[in-house]
Design a protein around this ligand. Sequence first.
Ligand code: XIL
Length: 366
Amino acid sequence: MKRLISFLLLLFLSACTIAVVETPSVNLSNSTPTAVPENQVTLRSLADRKDFGIGAAVALGPLRRDRTYSQVLAGEFNQIMPENAMKFQALQPERDRFNFKGADDIVDFANEHNMKMFGHTLVWQRGLADWLKAGDWTREELIEILRNHIQTVVSRYRGRIYAWDVVNEALDTDSSLRELIWSRGIGPEYIELSYRWAHEADPNAKLFYNEYDPGGWGAQSGQKVDALYRLVADLKERNVPLDGVGLQMHLRLDDAPTYEGLKQSLERLAELDLQIQITETDVRMGYQGEPSPEQLQQQASIYKDLIQACLDVPKCTGFWFWGFTDRYTWVSSFMGQSGAPLIFDQYYRPKPAYDAIAQAIQAATR
Ligand code: XIL
């Protein structure tokens, strides 16, 4: 009964807000998969008109098995990146034996549906293959392993991948350069080298740096924003081929940056003449049973502030969700709670957050 009431309430809230942004994107009353009709208003159609990127991370399992998943994905987003299928371990599970099957499926999907494909991610402290972690490598060997990995992968997808997250999360929680296999074995120059190798392999791909945990951005002015600024400014100064910065937004209801704070940070980064994207957004709620209507509204208003800050800074060219349906989110498996962090519920019904995002894009004057 409680479920039914919250469902009806959710439908009502969705209907109220969606009315402002023309028609809803997904058929709410029908659980059988239907393609999103071409003339229907979706986040994608709204974003296309503004030349704005609206993206989602893609999980391979659902893409292969769940038709509703792929239909909603193709209808609602104009750019995608793999959640895990392009991490080191997935691509090179054994030394020099690459497995591109999963990554190929996602790249093919993007091409088929005329979406921009982003590669995620070439250099990271996690997602590493066991053989790599277990080895006792010399500096020269590690350089060769990293160069070979980057250049094999980037050249395979040359011309089909719009942008790469080359280095991901090089900064630690305390803003120092993270200690990881690459920094320990090669030195801090592993970052610069990675961009140069990627650029050699595909000179037209846009190369991004992606950083996690933006807590303390802007008005709250934490160290991390300064460290990030210094890191990318230094790369730019030394003519390292870097085109963009991604700011991850894995958030809770109580730790989201404010609109003003985030906008200031984006403006500051924009001074470096880089494009910026808000990446990996999910906003998890703590609740027992079902989220309350208030929590859903709070979640919606956080999403709205985040995308609004991006839309209001011309150099901010895109906004990403880490998944899109509560049916499949790393929050459940990785953080051991449901959290319902995304814009569609587990039955693919748009949540208030969906409508907030749609309204913001529609109203944007860019
Ligand atoms: C996460 C995936 O969502 C999980 O499925 C996986 O087990 C671990 O990695 N920052 C990133 C992403 O850059 O690649 C991470 O993705 C989440 C945090």
